[in-house]
Design a protein around this ligand. Structure first.
Ligand code: FEO
Length: 397
């Protein structure tokens, strides 16, 4: 597709990756985009590059606007390879006068590409760069989500080039939020937040506070992935505020992995118990649900009831994978409970409880184990567990 002029003389020149389905463990069923932006001013400036393998698209897009060799400046907002992968090729082609990046950005560029001959220019929050008619203000956004992360703000256009923040993994030919169904885009933005930004929620809160305090005019937020926000800026800021506060709903997830369906029977009885108390419930079998989809639902769930059969004195491997993934994402404000069937030792519930304790979940119940196959009384105990978790959840609402 051709480049897109997002505001006068500022062009999207990125690439669309239609076929990618895995982003280091995050399932992206609708691909993604790598957004890069070209500002045509007295100093022609490229903001970020794209992933290696998409050099044809990036250079073709740039060539449709200017001769790539006429680019003066390269701004590297983020050094992760999906945005910096083509930096060596771009630097060789363009030979920029300067490469602007944060202090951590320079270190990361050196550690990735080992080129100390590049014309680095380290910038920090508050530094400005004149491009001619336009000025760029740099805003360091450390750990959103890498130490090097930085935003670039162009006040004249009210444009915030926001690196990974506010992004979505979504491959489309449309470039703006008002080109597509908003609830669909917000679903992708929530998944992106839950799987990438969640551990840094405190920093998101801080950043949103700074943006509010500074009175920054935001007419457009252009992330490095997915569509650009121009009509629903208030909505995505409100969502980021809500997600970063880790506000939860009267919603529970029952997440399980089962060996011979006993743990599954328990899971369904727990769902009944929770639903009987008026809680909204989602059931996930890890054999059929991807960890990154479950995590998206974790974002606003108030309670997680987690079950696994015991295998070799521990939990089933898919549950270990899920708990490991979730722990890294540091969800907060959760109530947790464990359950599972076993044959002769039954450690899975203990191991799940320990993992939930590590994540600082509130655990109102030691959990339920059932030997081999549950009978009616066992399923009644599971429904009761659902009731107890629901009551604990309702206390805080
Ligand atoms: Fe899209 Fe952190 O890279």
């Amino acid at each position: 597709m051709p480049p897109v002029e997002i505001v006068k003389d500022i062009h999207w020149v990125g690439a669309i990756d239609w076929n990618i389905r895995d982003f280091h463990g995050y399932s992206i069923q609708q691909g993604t985009t790598y957004n890069a932006f070209l500002v045509k001013d007295e100093k022609i400036t490229l903001f970020d590059t794209v992933k290696r393998g998409f050099e044809g698209e990036l250079l073709e897009h740039i060539s449709g606007i200017v001769d790539p060799a006429s680019i003066n400046y390269l701004v590297v907002n983020h050094v992760e390879m999906d945005h910096s992968g083509l930096t060596p090729e771009v630097v060789d082609t363009v030979k920029p006068e300067k490469i602007f990046c944060s202090e951590r950005g320079q270190k990361a560029l050196l550690a990735h590409f080992h080129r100390d001959d590049w014309p680095y220019e380290v910038v920090k929050t508050g530094d400005t760069l004149s491009l001619g008619k336009r000025t760029v203000q740099f805003i360091e956004a450390r750990m959103l989500h890498w130490p090097d992360s930085m935003f670039s703000y162009i006040p004249g256009d009210g444009l915030l080039i926001s690196s990974d923040a506010f992004g979505q993994h979504l491959a489309t030919t449309e470039r703006f939020d008002d080109d597509l169904d908003l609830s669909m885009i917000l679903g992708h933005a929530a998944k992106y937040y839950a799987n990438i930004i969640l551990p840094y929620s405190n920093l998101v809160q801080k950043l949103l506070g700074q943006v509010k305090e500074s009175g920054l005019r935001l007419d457009m937020i252009a992330p490095d992935h997915g569509i650009i926000w121009r009509t629903n800026i208030g909505k995505i800021l409100e969502c980021y505020d809500e997600w970063s506060r880790q506000k939860t709903k009267l919603k529970a997830l029952v997440i399980y992995d089962t060996m011979w369906h006993s743990t599954e029977m328990m899971a369904r009885a727990i769902v009944d118990g929770l639903a009987q108390e008026g809680v909204s419930v989602r059931l996930f079998d890890l054999a059929t649900s991807h960890r990154s989809d479950v995590i998206t639902e974790v974002l606003d769930a108030g309670a997680l009831v987690i079950g696994s059969a015991t295998l070799n004195n521990g939990m089933l491997p898919r549950m270990a994978d899920f708990l490991h993934y979730m722990k890294g994402l540091r969800p907060a404000n959760k109530i947790g409970a464990a359950f599972g069937s076993y044959g002769w030792s039954g450690e899975a519930v203990k191991v799940i409880n320990a993992a939930m304790e590590e994540m600082k979940f509130t655990i109102p119940d030691p959990g339920i184990t059932v030997q081999y196959v549950p009978v009616r009384e066992d399923l009644e105990r599971c429904r009761d567990l659902g009731h107890r978790v629901a009551r604990e959840l309702k206390k805080g609402k």
